[in-house]
Design a protein around this ligand. Structure first.
Ligand SMILES: Cc1ncc(COP(=O)(O)O)c(C=O)c1O
Length: 399
């Protein structure tokens, strides 16, 4: 067993950017006796989860208006990305992929695997892709679908997705937004901002266990799917999933992960007990306070706060210290943090501060990093990180 293996501690504190800590009540729901996928209990849990996800995306039901479809299936964020793509982009059709990091590039890889013509518009990590570049790509390709990532977990930067949504509308294109690292932790008004498909997964700011792929598709997106000929996939085809997602007691397509859905419904209940806007404000507070604490011990984000989301921080490690060594030292304190990805793998670590993560857990994380840096010989003032985090927490207090 490697010393980076979180299982080397019985209950490691997960400060990685997903999966995130899952509240006990949610775990207890997982352990309830399994119900049938077509039972009234499963239908009621599914409905509760679907409506909660919609409300987290700013949905307010209007009488007589068709609400977006919420497809909740077994899978991960990647399967939700693939689902969104194959149901809207036919092989050979053009798609503009906006990428500001590792997961933006993944959309391009999925689209290529599916035989689409990919126009990739990207930027250096730590920056945002300007909307003008996106507009040019839409004009040049005539693509009817645009994909973007809200928060790219590799660098923590948030995209100006509202601007992309306006550009997509102006070019009569559909926007698919990857909100795997933001949904449930950051405000995202799907309908008001004109986003056609939002995809996410259970294991990050929604504070559910891993295993649920969530796709929210607008009426416009569903129409586009219906206009496509033939079957676009078997397991991922929205037309296969829409009937059981409307009423699983009457329609079967494939067995639903009923324990996960029951747990998801409890996670929604907890989130709504807090309130979505209060939850988003708490994420802002966690991000700002944690970054302030980390800065005090020499761990800085590459981008400024104005470009960053509030769920994850990618931090440059001080020179002379490797991300792997830092992670090993932090793991000794029973805390799991993540390494950098791809081009940043040798220079950065990543910390998740989202979902059900609490102030004491963030304090423990910063204290462990401080200890680790001291053991590795970094010139850190003892207690500085924890003190700054607490000051930041107070300064950013949610009114
Ligand atoms: C922004 C983003 N998109 C997509 C994914 C892929 O999700 P999964 O690992 O659940 O397949 C991740 C995973 O971290 C992510 O952070």
């Amino acid at each position: 067993m490697s010393s980076l293996d979180p299982s080397s501690t019985e209950s490691p504190l997960l400060l990685i950017p997903g999966p995130t800590p899952v509240p006990r009540e949610v775990l207890a729901a997982l352990a309830r006796p399994t119900v049938a996928h077509n039972s009234a209990a499963a239908a009621s849990d599914l409905k509760a989860l679907q409506l909660g996800v919609l409300r987290s995306l700013g949905h307010r039901p209007e009488p007589g208006e068709e609400q977006p479809a919420v497809l909740v299936t077994a899978g991960s964020g990647t399967s939700a990305m693939e689902s969104a793509l194959v149901n809207t982009v036919a092989p050979g059709a053009s798609v503009v992929v906006v990428s500001h990091g590792f997961f933006g590039d993944r959309f391009a890889a999925i689209a290529r695997a599916h035989g689409a013509e990919v126009e990739l518009v990207s930027c250096d990590w730590g920056e945002q892709v300007p909307v003008e570049t996106v507009e040019r790509a839409l004009e040049q390709t005539g693509a009817k679908v645009l994909t973007a990532t809200h928060v790219d977990t590799a660098n923590g930067v948030a995209s100006p997705f509202s601007e992309y949504a306006r550009a997509a509308r102006a070019h009569d294109a559909l926007l698919i937004l990857d909100a795997v690292a933001s949904a449930g932790g950051m405000p995202l008004e799907m309908e008001a901002e004109g986003i056609d498909v939002v995809i996410t997964a259970s294991q990050k700011a929604l504070a559910m266990p891993p295993g649920l792929a969530i796709v929210v598709a607008s009426r416009r997106a569903l129409e586009l799917r219906r206009q496509m000929e033939g079957q676009v996939s078997y397991f991922l085809d929205w037309l296969n999933w829409l009937p059981p997602m409307t009423d699983p007691t009457a329609h079967y397509f494939a067995t639903l992960p009923t324990n996960l859905i029951a747990a998801g419904a409890v996670a929604i209940e907890i989130a709504e007990g807090e309130g979505w806007s209060e939850r988003f404000a708490r994420h802002r507070q966690m991000a700002r306070a944690t970054r302030r604490g980390l800065r005090a011990i020499g761990l800085n984000t590459v981008s400024g706060d104005e470009l960053l989301g509030t769920t994850v921080s990618a931090l440059a490690v001080p020179s002379g210290i490797t991300p792997a060594a830092l992670r090993v030292e932090v793991a000794k304190e029973g805390i799991a943090i993540a390494g950098g990805l791809a081009a940043w793998s040798q220079t950065s670590i990543r910390i998740g501060h989202m979902g059900a993560t609490s102030l004491p857990e963030l304090l423990a994380g910063v204290a462990a990093l401080e200890q680790a840096l001291l053991r590795l010989g970094a010139p850190v003032e003892r207690g500085a990180g924890v003190a700054e985090l607490l000051c930041g927490w107070e300064a950013e207090a949610v009114a």
